[in-house]
Design a protein around this ligand. Structure first.
Ligand code: ASP
Ligand code: MG
Length: 410
């Protein structure tokens, strides 16, 4: 008998019929003697709908009130799912995040979980109930409702699994696992049986939408056994997220090609090169809570330097406004911007022991006439920024060049 946390994504609870199906699946696990904590998302499209409603009232919705609104999608699904479980003859009880004291900080719309009080949940589990907890939400120390950022119910599930020391956290979604790349772009993409935490972290942060990055971070930190599975198939082991040592000796060099369309680039030209300019330029961006991704500073030849960085496209307009103001105050020559870019990345822990992967990647892109605008690397990934119009092509040629379409990857 095990304690299992099961998270069901928006498409898995998109209708009452699907919720009934989820209830039958949960009932099946329960019948096998397991303890179950279930974390549903909102019905698919619902969170978007709620946020759109808020935007009809206010162009820049107040973040606290936005969370009050956005968190309601999950309140509907926990109630429906608990009812559906009872219809299946399974004892169940639902709780919102605040009700089980998912304590977060007060960063509305992207709050972080600080602590979870597991007492209530443990009592219910001990009484034989399936506990259904709303994903995506918590409350700060003053009782304000908070949400964890888009896709945050993955993180709710993993955090609950960590707090309860669960045997496994299963993320049920509309794909049957983690793929070498998005099959909608490359039909030859293959499902991976395993992927390491580190690779999954990179894939998630580089644009793979399968898991919210924080959930992977959390799972790695608290050693939660994490598995991605399809909620539409009864068979299949999905993809298990592993620690590196668990993997076979023979690692593929590259495990996947990730991409992200939501990128925008800002370049400040001719900044007088003095100590502290990077801080003066990026400090105000950080203060505005805008995430900066790639950063490039060129060597100065004439005591001025060019400085480029990328931000999420949704934050582009705000970032540009801030940068224009600071660039002027720093005496820079000007600001260039481009929001029609994307980032394509090759990820694999095998890269550590195989030099030359970066140059191979550049060669493949060059041969296709794809110009690289920015490059960044880590131990296990190489990312390039290219024109958005080349996204599909870049993903496909790299997927092929690294042999990901074959069973035996090179
Ligand atoms: N319902 C939230 C969203 O759409 C959280 C989630 O689905 O994980 O972002
Ligand atoms: Mg999701």
């Amino acid at each position: 008998m095990a304690l299992i946390v099961q998270k069901f994504g928006g498409t898995s609870v998109a209708s009452t019929d699907r919720i009934k199906k989820v209830a039958r699946r949960v009932a099946h696990w329960k019948a096998r003697g397991h303890d179950l904590l279930v974390v549903p998302s909102a019905m698919s499209g619902e969170t978007n709908r709620l946020i759109a409603l808020a935007r009809e009232i206010s162009e820049a919705p107040d973040p606290r009130e936005l969370d009050v609104i956005a968190s309601t999608g999950e309140q509907v699904t926990i109630g429906l799912l608990a009812m559906a479980l009872k219809e299946e003859g399974v004892e169940a009880i639902s709780y919102t995040g605040p009700q089980v004291r998912v304590l977060t900080d007060s960063t509305f719309t992207k709050a972080r979980i600080l602590q979870i009080d597991d007492r209530k949940i443990r009592d219910d589990l001990a009484a034989g109930r399936v506990v259904v907890v709303a994903g995506f939400q918590g409350a700060d120390e003053n009782g304000n409702i908070t949400t964890l950022g888009r896709g945050g119910s993955d993180t709710s599930a993993v955090a609950l699994a960590a707090a309860l020391n669960a045997d496994e956290c299963q993320i049920y979604t509309d794909v049957d696992g983690v793929y070498t790349t998005d099959p909608r772009i490359e039909p030859e993409a293959r499902k991976l049986d395993t992927i390491t935490f580190e690779e999954m972290m990179e894939m998630a942060s580089l644009g793979s939408k399968v898991l919210q990055i924080r959930s992977v971070e959390f799972a790695g930190k608290y050693k939660v056994k994490l598995r991605v599975l399809s909620s539409f198939q009864d068979e299949g082991e999905g993809t298990l997220i592993t620690v590196e040592e668990d993997k076979h000796m023979e690692q593929p060099i590259i495990s996947g090609i990730a991409f992200n369309r939501d990128e925008a680039k800002l370049t400040v030209l001719g900044i007088p090169d003095r100590p502290g300019v990077a801080y003066r330029l990026l400090g105000p961006i950080a203060e505005a809570n805008i995430d900066v991704d790639m950063i490039i500073q060129n060597g100065a030849s004439d005591e001025t330097t060019d400085f480029s960085f990328t931000v999420n496209r949704g934050e582009f307009a705000r970032a540009l406004e801030i940068v224009q103001a600071t660039a002027a105050s720093l005496g820079a020559r000007g600001v260039l911007s481009d929001n029609k870019i994307c980032k394509v990345s090759a990820v694999g822990v095998g890269m550590r022991s195989h030099p030359g992967i970066a140059s191979r990647m550049f060669d493949v892109l060059g041969r296709e006439g794809i110009n690289i605008k920015m490059i960044s690397t880590s131990e296990i990934k190489i990312s390039v920024v290219v024109d958005e119009k080349y996204l599909e092509l870049a993903v496909r040629v790299l997927h092929k060049a690294f042999g990901l379409d074959k069973k035996e990857a090179v």
